[in-house]
Write a protein that binds this ligand. Structure first.
Ligand code: TEU
Ligand code: CA
Length: 560
C-alpha cells in the first residue's frame, strides 16, 4: 500500500550544510542555521530534508571523508544541536535523511590509523592493501579525483586502494567485520530517529575478484575504474544484508547513489521486492555533455542535446515503471546549476526557463529532489580565479590537465570549470540582498555569487509569480494528484530528433496529463491535438495560445 511507501509521494530538499545558513558568523553554515530555516522549507512544502555529511571530518572532500561517524563536525555544531534539529523538524512533520559514506572513510578514521600501523594489526583487513607488482601499482586504476587509485605506504611497504582522494581509503567490504561495524554504526542513527539514508557511491563497494586492469582511453594515463568496479560481484548480497541488519522493519527512506548503473541494475537496487533500497540516483542524464575525448570526462563545454536528454529520461521512466522507483533531479552538490546548464540564465529567461525545467521534472514518475537555491533559480558562479575554487575534484583536475600533463590550456580549463565544477552548486544560499546574500556577515568559506543582489529568497517570497511559488504549486500538485505518482509515462513525439520541444503524457485508467516544454528561446509551433475539454493544470505563462509555444513555455493539461 502507499502509506508504507509514503516516500513515493514525497518531495526531498537537499541541504549542503556548509553553504546553507551560518548562525554564529564564522563564515561556515551550520546545524543551528538549518534549524532556523525549517519554517522556510515547510512553506515551500517539501516532505524530507537530505543533509550532506555533517560528521567529524578533515573536510578534504566536503565531508565525504569521515573520521568519526558517530559525532558531529564541530564546524557545524554539536550532537545537541543535531538532536534539536531532528526534534524541530519532526514537530513540523519534516523528515531528515542523512548522507552516509561507507565505501571509504577518511585516512584519519581510527580504523585506518590502526590498519596502517602494521601488517598484522587486527584492522589491517578493514581496507584494501596490496603488494607492488614489478615495482609499481598493482593495477592501472585511476582515482575519480585524478592520479592513481593506489597510495604507497612507506611504513608497511604496501599500497592501499582509494577510488577517490588518497585521504579517502576504500573499506574492504569482503571482510564481515567491516560490514558489521557499518551496520552497528547505522543502527546508532536509526535509534536516534533519523528518517532515511542517502548511501554514497554504494554500488562501488564490491571490488571485482583479482582487481583486474580497467579499460583505458587513448589519452589517459589510467584506466576507468568505474567500468570495472561499479555493480561488482557481491554488491547485492551486501546490500540485502544491510537491509536485513539495519533497514528492515523501520519506516526509513533510502536512496542509493549508483554511478554507472543502468535500468537493469536499478531494478535490483531499487526493486519493488528485492529488499535493497527505495530508489537510486542514476547519472546518465548528467553525463550526456561529457567531453568527446573520453579521457577528459566531465571537463567539457558541450551542451546537452535535448534529443539525447529525452531519450535518456524516457528510458529510465519506462525501464523502471512498475518494477523499481526513480529519483528525479536536475542538480545537486556535485553538479552545475540546472538553469545555467539546461535552461537559460540570462536576465530575460532565467525564471521562465527554470519554471520550464521544474515542470518537466516534477511531472515525471519518481521522487523529486530540489537542491538548495534551485527554488529561487540560483545560477552558476563566475569565479574570477582558480584560487577561488575550493573543490578537490576541480583543483586536482586543473593541476593534472593544465600544469602536470599540459593537455588543456588555462583558459579552456577555466571555461570547463565554469561549466561543470562542483563549486557552482556550493556557493552560499542567497537569502537576501544583504552582505553575502544574508548567509553570513563574516567572509564565507567560499565566495558568494554576486548576483544575490537580484536573486534571493526575500525577493522570491515577495513576488506572487516567483519561481519559489511555482515550486510550491508543483509540490502541492504531486501531493494532490495520484496520477503524478502512479500513472504510466508515454513520450509524445512527432520526431525523434526534435531539439526544441519535449512532450510526454502520464496516464491512468481515468485520465491523462499532457506535459509540453519548449527548450528554446524561440516561438515554435506544435500541434498536440488539444481537445476543448482539456484543462490547464499549470503553466509558466499567463495565457494559453494552444499550438504556439513561446520561449521556454511549459504547460500541463489534464485530459479526461
Ligand atoms: O559522488 C560520487 C561520484 O561518482 C563523484 O565522483 C561524481 O561523479 C563527481 O562528484 C561528479 O563531479 C559522491 C559524492 O556525491 C561526492 O560529493 C563525493 O566527492 C564522492 O561521492 C566521494 O565520496
Ligand atoms: Ca557557523
Amino acid at each position: 500500500g502507499l502509506s508504507s511507501q509514503w516516500w513515493k509521494k514525497a518531495v526531498v530538499y537537499q541541504v549542503y550544510p556548509r553553504s546553507f545558513q551560518d548562525s554564529n558568523n564564522d563564515g561556515i553554515g551550520d546545524i543551528n542555521g538549518i534549524t532556523s530555516r525549517l519554517e522556510y522549507l515547510k512553506k515551500l512544502g517539501v516532505d524530507v530534508v537530505w543533509l550532506n555529511p555533517i560528521y567529524v571530518s578533515p573536510n578534504i572532500d566536503g565531508g565525504y571523508d569521515i573520521s568519526d561517524y558517530q559525532n558531529v563536525n564541530p564546524d557545524f555544531g554539536t550532537m545537541t544541536d543535531l538532536d534539536n534539529l531532528f526534534n524541530k523538524a519532526h514537530e513540523l512533520n519534516l523528515k531528515i535523511m542523512m548522507d552516509l559514506v561507507v565505501n571509504h572513510t577518511s585516512d584519519e578514521h581510527a580504523w585506518f590509523k590502526e590498519s596502517r600501523a602494521s601488517r598484522n594489526n587486527a584492522k589491517r583487513d578493514f581496507y584494501i592493501w596490496r603488494d607492488p607488482v614489478d615495482g609499481h601499482e598493482p593495477n592501472n586504476w585511476g582515482s575519480y579525483f585524478d592520479g592513481p587509485a593506489w597510495q604507497w605506504d612507506e611504513q608497511t611497504q604496501q599500497y592501499y586502494l582509494h577510488l577517490f582522494a588518497a585521504k579517502q581509503p576504500d573499506l574492504n567490504w569482503s571482510n564481515p567485520q567491516v560490514r558489521d561495524a557499518v551496520y552497528q554504526m547505522m543502527n546508532f542513527w536509526v535509534d536516534k530517529g533519523v528518517d532515511g539514508f542517502r548511501m554514497d557511491v554504494i554500488n562501488l563497494i564490491s571490488k571485482p575478484d583479482g582487481l583486474p586492469d580497467a579499460p583505458q582511453a587513448k589519452n589517459d594515463k589510467f584506466g576507468d575504474v568505474e567500468a570495472v568496479v561499479a555493480n561488482g560481484p557481491h554488491v547485492h548480497e551486501y546490500i540485502q544484508e544491510l537491509h536485513d541488519k539495519v533497514l528492515k522493519g523501520h519506516n526509513v527512506i533510502t536512496v542509493g547513489e549508483t554511478p554507472g548503473a543502468q535500468p537493469k541494475d536499478a531494478v535490483k537496487y531499487a526493486g519493488e521486492n528485492t529488499g535493497e533500497f527505495n530508489m537510486t540516483f542514476q547519472f546518465e542524464h548528467m553525463e550526456l555533455d561529457d567531453n568527446d575525448d573520453p579521457s577528459l570526462g566531465k571537463w567539457s563545454d558541450k551542451k546537452t542535446s535535448l534529443a539525447d536528454l529525452r531519450t535518456s529520461l524516457s528510458k529510465w521512466q519506462t525501464g523502471l515503471h512498475g518494477q523499481a522507483w526513480n529519483s528525479l533531479y536536475w542538480n545537486n552538490h556535485d553538479r552545475p546549476r540546472m538553469v545555467s546548464r539546461f535552461g537559460n540564465d540570462s536576465k530575460q529567461y532565467r525564471v521562465l526557463s527554470a519554471k520550464m525545467l521544474a515542470t518537466l521534472l516534477h511531472f515525471l514518475q519518481g521522487t523529486p529532489y530540489i537542491f538548495q537555491g534551485e527554488e529561487i533559480g540560483m545560477t552558476n558562479m563566475p569565479f574570477e580565479k582558480l584560487e577561488d575554487y575550493r573543490d578537490i575534484e576541480s583543483l586536482n583536475a586543473y593541476h593534472y590537465l593544465v600544469e602536470k600533463n599540459k593537455r588543456v590550456s588555462h583558459a579552456t580549463m577555466m571555461s570547463y570549470l565554469y561549466n561543470t565544477s562542483r563549486d557552482n552548486a556550493r556557493t552560499p544560499m542567497q537569502w537576501s540582498n544583504e552582505i553575502n546574500g544574508g548567509f553570513s556577515s563574516h567572509q564565507p568559506w567560499i565566495v558568494a555569487n554576486p548576483n544575490y543582489q537580484s536573486i534571493n529568497v526575500k525577493d522570491a517570497i515577495a513576488k506572487d509569480n516567483s519561481l519559489f511559488y511555482y515550486y510550491q504549486r508543483l509540490i502541492k500538485l504531486r501531493h494532490e494528484l495520484p496520477i503524478i505518482t502512479d500513472g504510466d509515462y508515454k513520450l509524445v513525439s512527432n520526431n525523434d530528433r526534435d531539439n526544441e520541444v519535449y512532450a510526454y503524457t502520464r496516464n491512468d485508467a481515468k485520465t491523462s496529463l499532457l506535459v509540453i516544454c519548449n527548450f528554446t528561446d524561440q516561438i515554435v509551433q506544435r500541434d498536440y491535438h488539444i481537445t476543448a475539454d482539456a484543462q490547464l493544470v499549470i503553466s509558466n505563462y499567463d495565457n494559453d495560445l494552444k499550438n504556439e509555444l513561446r520561449p521556454y513555455e511549459a504547460k500541463v493539461y489534464q485530459i479526461k
